[in-house]
Design a binder for this molecule. Structure first.
Ligand code: MF3
Ligand code: CO
Length: 290
């Protein structure tokens, strides 16, 4: 890439001169890079227009999750959740991002109990008393992608399982506290991991969050097990997901061979996950999907 001059138009398409737009930020990023840190490239920094697009997509994503929250109940199959999500998405002018994504067969992921993520809705999986389920909704609206998930609990959930779901939820807020310019993704990861570990839980290593917005999964990969001070520098305009998978027992997982999708805990113990899409702002963060 050709180095921009002070008076050239900024790369961000604001129409402003580089020197009054992103020049200072780029110089600061360059300093971190010279110190050996991983830094975002321009593709990972969204313009205000793009963030507005992701915000609008996110509104639909939330509305779908709200609709699921109103209607989900014991006795329902996870396939019925899939149909609700599909219909609601289309009704609002969106496209369910999971459907056909790398061959995924349904419009939403529904991950039950010891399923960690990427659960495939099925008529055979009937929600029953004591179950927990993660419903992971991802929407394309006007070309912009949003991604968020929530846990739902049914009837008499074992107290230790309820605790797991609560701690997974707390991990989001604890992670968010670390989201601000010039922190590192590892700062967020360690805060989340420490919280999970303090409760005797573990966080899945192989699967994490991701940049999101113009594509379903963009760089960077977002780990929740890396140490503070490591991983990518956060700068204003980055948009990514926070979605740690918190296991009650060991962190080890396997992918079901039959579907090549559904991820299970190795030890058969439950796993819980909540997910938000966040934008890094000038002084902190904006949750696009809560
Ligand atoms: N929604 C998941 C995530 O949070 C991705 C699911 S990929 C799919 O990243 F194909 F299973 F939908
Ligand atoms: Co995601």
């Amino acid at each position: 890439m050709k180095k921009l001059g002070r008076n050239d138009l900024c790369w961000c398409q604001s129409g402003r001169k580089y020197k009054t737009c992103h020049m200072a930020m780029d110089e600061k990023i360059e300093q971190y890079s010279l110190q050996g840190h991983i830094v975002p490239n321009h593709d990972m920094i969204k313009t205000p227009e793009q963030i507005q697009g992701i915000r609008e997509s996110s509104k639909i994503n939330i509305a779908i999750l709200d609709y699921v929250a109103e209607h989900i109940k014991v006795g329902m199959s996870t396939e019925e959740i899939n149909q609700m999500v599909h219909q609601k998405t289309v009704e609002m002018g969106g496209i369910p991002a999971p459907l056909g994504y790398q061959g995924f067969p349904k419009s939403v992921c529904t991950s039950l109990n010891n399923q960690v993520c990427h659960g495939i809705p099925s008529e055979k999986d009937i929600l029953k008393d004591g179950d927990i389920v993660n419903v992971d909704v991802s929407t394309i609206y006007n070309g912009y992608f949003s991604d968020s998930s929530r846990m739902f609990m049914f009837g008499n959930v074992a107290p230790e399982t309820k605790k797991l779901v609560e701690v997974a939820r707390e991990c989001i807020d604890i992670g968010l506290e670390q989201v601000k310019p010039w922190n590192f993704l590892g700062d967020m990861a360690q805060a989340i991991n420490d919280h999970a570990k303090a409760h005797g839980y573990s966080i899945v290593r192989e699967i994490g969050g991701h940049g999101v917005g113009l594509e379903f999964h963009e760089e960077p990969f977002v780990s929740y097990v890396t140490p503070k001070g490591t991983e990518m520098l956060m700068v204003p305009g980055m948009v990514f997901t926070i979605e740690p998978m918190v296991n009650m027992g060991k962190a080890d997982i396997y992918i079901d061979e039959e579907t090549d999708w559904i991820v299970f805990t190795d030890d058969g113990l439950p796993s819980a996950q909540w997910e938000v899409t966040v934008a890094v702002t000038e002084d902190g963060y904006e949750i696009l999907t809560w």
